[in-house]
Design a binder for this molecule. Structure first.
Ligand SMILES: Cc1cc2nc3c(=O)[nH]c(=O)nc-3n(C[C@H](O)[C@H](O)[C@H](O)COP(=O)(O)OP(=O)(O)OC[C@H]3O[C@@H](n4cnc5c(N)ncnc54)[C@H](O)[C@@H]3O)c2cc1C
Length: 204
């Protein structure tokens, strides 16, 4: 039995989180802000080592996807409407979860969905304007904050260096289009997207 395991057995935890993926890590980070709250995260996959370029180098993302060392490599049940084919489904098997092997594209949920949810009884505070402060709180946009985006949160966001003249003409188009028609936002989102990348590294 490892020393770490023996050490853990002597401890009492207030919260045990199974799975150190995107959701598990966010939860652990927030809960452990209180030094009196002991949190244990149990992750079945490998470590997120600092030297692991397959996780940290954005352009290397095709290596962990499909690799048994980083990916659960699920197969769907036979799909009756696809000639009973089984479909490969990637899921991260590493601390950081699927966000360690994902495409790093950061797009908020469609505002129209939030508006729709808010129409259900008891869901009034799920409309986009209520959620926006929380989105902003989570973001650290390297290009700076504005009405729509935050710059003091834990999630680093860079905008990709796209050169196509159509999307580039609109600053931050995935939200610009939404902005132009707020509070009845449109469905459209276009690149250049924000990426959860900072100084050339995947920061999840
Ligand atoms: C290939 C790929 C590309 C993607 N691209 C994007 C993108 O560009 N932009 C975007 O926003 N989203 C993207 N996603 C989706 C996004 O990464 C996921 O929606 C998100 O990471 C899911 O978070 P989660 O916490 O629900 O699950 P996960 O992050 O998958 O975390 C689950 C964790 O639980 C662990 N676990 C499972 N079973 C056990 C067990 N029994 N005991 C302990 N631990 C266990 C797993 O190893 C994993 O670490 C992509 C996903 C994939 C797979």
């Amino acid at each position: 039995m490892s020393n770490l395991l023996i050490e853990m057995m002597d401890k009492v935890f207030d919260t045990i989180i199974i799975g150190g993926g995107s959701a598990g890590c966010v939860l652990a980070n927030r809960l452990s802000e209180n030094p009196d709250h002991n949190v244990l995260v149990i992750e079945a996959g490998r470590r997120d080592s600092w030297w692991d370029i397959f996780i940290h180098m954005p352009a290397a993302l095709t290596y962990p996807i499909g690799s048994r060392f980083y990916d659960w490599r699920y197969q769907s049940e036979p799909e009756p409407f696809m000639n009973n084919r089984q479909v490969y489904h990637a899921r991260g098997k590493v601390l950081g979860g699927s966000s360690s092997i994902n495409g790093m594209i950061f797009i908020r949920g469609n505002p129209l969905d939030y508006e729709k949810w808010a129409k259900d009884p008891g869901m009034e505070s799920w409309d986009y304007s209520h959620c926006l402060p929380y989105f902003k709180k989570s973001e650290n946009r390297t290009a700076g904050a504005n009405f729509w985006r935050g710059s003091t949160g834990p999630l680093y966001l860079e905008t990709g260096p796209a050169t196509n003249p159509f999307p580039v003409r609109a600053d931050e188009p995935d939200h610009k289009l939404i902005q132009s028609s707020y509070p009845k936002p449109t469905l459209i989102s276009l690149p250049p997207y924000s990426l959860t990348v900072i100084r050339g590294a995947n920061k999840k």
